[in-house]
Design a protein around this ligand. Structure first.
Ligand code: SAH
Length: 382
């Protein structure tokens, strides 16, 4: 993530809006900054941009190979059988991008005809342009044979359906949109990391004036215990996953699969990452015009589920993506596809190699399963 100009600042419309805000109300915390970058109603990246895919800012696994979505479709069929073939049930996707994953998944799941007729497909998507692309892709892929609904957020879906309907939930590169809080070490104390304005009227990261200890002594002690004697300027990130357990996984009968890039140890260092036109840049360079995401702290996610929901939810994994896809039979599926489409064999092989790469996506991405206590271990995690 090096090689970019860390001083570059573009005066985007959102940068101007945020600076006005900082002048009025003082420095802003990192979650406020990140939420604005992604979701500001006028200039947020995910309100306007449709920049996923080869021609956009970044590419995701389902856009690299159809095998990815197909395996998730087969995964969903096995889970549905483990659940006792409930009908109807909600098949929910969080942040479905261009709809490619769901369309590949439904095609593969078509081998189990009963699954498709039992499934109510629920797409949770905030971006109206992406919604239209998803709708077009899915209507074409399913010939109008399945029930399709769109929601802005999970609360809206829970309001419509209650919490009792069984749920299979999928999210690829959704967790990385959840904003972390960041802390920075100054002298012998931990401070909040904030966004403020420097003397050249540019956005900068800076520590809060008051140390954390003056207001939250326990948090400060906790940071000290996990990162004892950390060097000055050490940045630590922590994402709160409480909303995930309360709301996103707040169903009576649920099996969820989340795949994302991230770490399984507590996070030292700056987990924020900005990507524009397939190139990394500094997270403050072009607010609202670059995809801003946060490396997922799977360790913190596990701790949160243990702390808040261990009486009803069980975690499987995390395992690296290569292991997860390997155990679902990606190699067999790819060989089968290559044999049937010899003219596309090289392309299929290259796509699968990219998803499985030991130096790249295969290890950087992890899969985690979360399920209601009553369900058996989810496929791919044995
Ligand atoms: N899963 C897709 C896209 C990942 S990008 C893929 O693998 O290709 C993140 C997706 O989440 C986008 O579709 C974005 O519009 C959506 N999104 C981001 N924040 C959201 C939020 N708070 N609520 C609903 N959707 C959101």
């Amino acid at each position: 993530m090096t090689g970019y100009d860390s001083k570059a600042r573009h005066n985007t419309p959102l940068a101007r809006k945020l600076k006005d805000d900082i002048i009025r109300h003082g420095p802003m915390d990192i979650p406020t900054y990140m939420r604005a970058c992604l979701l500001d109603p006028d200039y947020g990246y995910y309100r306007a941009s449709t920049a996923i895919g080869k021609g956009g800012d970044f590419i995701t696994a389902p856009e690299i190979s159809q095998v990815f979505g197909e395996l998730i479709g087969l995964w969903s069929v096995i889970v549905w059988k483990q659940m006792g073939e409930p009908a109807p049930f909600n098949l929910i996707e969080l942040g479905p991008g261009r709809g490619t994953l769901m369309s590949d998944a439904l095609r593969a799941a078509g081998v189990a005809g009963d699954f498709l007729s039992a499934a109510d497909i629920c797409m949770v998507e905030i971006n109206t342009t992406l919604r239209r692309i998803q709708e077009y892709t899915l209507r074409n892929a399913t010939d109008g044979c399945v029930m399709l609904r769109w929601f802005d957020c999970i609360e809206e879906l829970q309001e419509a359906d209650g919490k009792h309907k069984p749920v299979i939930l999928i999210g690829n590169e959704f967790l990385d949109t959840l904003p972390p809080t960041q802390f920075v070490r100054c002298g012998s104390k931990w401070h909040w990391r904030q966004v403020s304005i420097d003397q050249d009227d540019a956005l900068q990261f800076s520590p809060s004036i008051a140390p954390i200890a003056s207001e939250f002594p326990e948090l400060s002690q906790d940071l000290e215990a996990v990162f004892p004697g950390a060097d000055v300027d050490t940045v630590v990130s922590r994402t709160s996953f409480n909303g995930l357990t309360d709301r996103i996984l707040g169903w009576d009968n649920v099996a969820a699969l989340m795949i994302d890039y991230g770490d399984t140890s507590s996070m030292r260092g700056d987990c924020l990452q900005a990507v524009r036109n397939h190139t990394y840049e500094h997270p403050l360079t072009s607010p609202g015009e670059a995809d801003l995401s946060a490396l997922v702290d799977f360790h913190e996610l596990e701790k949160c589920i243990q702390r808040t929901a261990k009486d009803r939810l069980v975690i499987d994994g995390p395992v690296i993506q290569a292991e997860f896809l390997g155990s679902l039979g990606i190699m067999e599926r790819a060989s089968h596809l290559m044999a049937r489409n010899p003219d596309k064999a090289a392309q299929i092989e290259a796509g699968v190699a990219r998803l499985m790469s030991p130096q790249g996506m295969g290890t950087r991405f992890k899969a985690i399963g979360v399920r209601s206590k009553e369900l058996p271990i989810l496929p791919g995690f044995a």
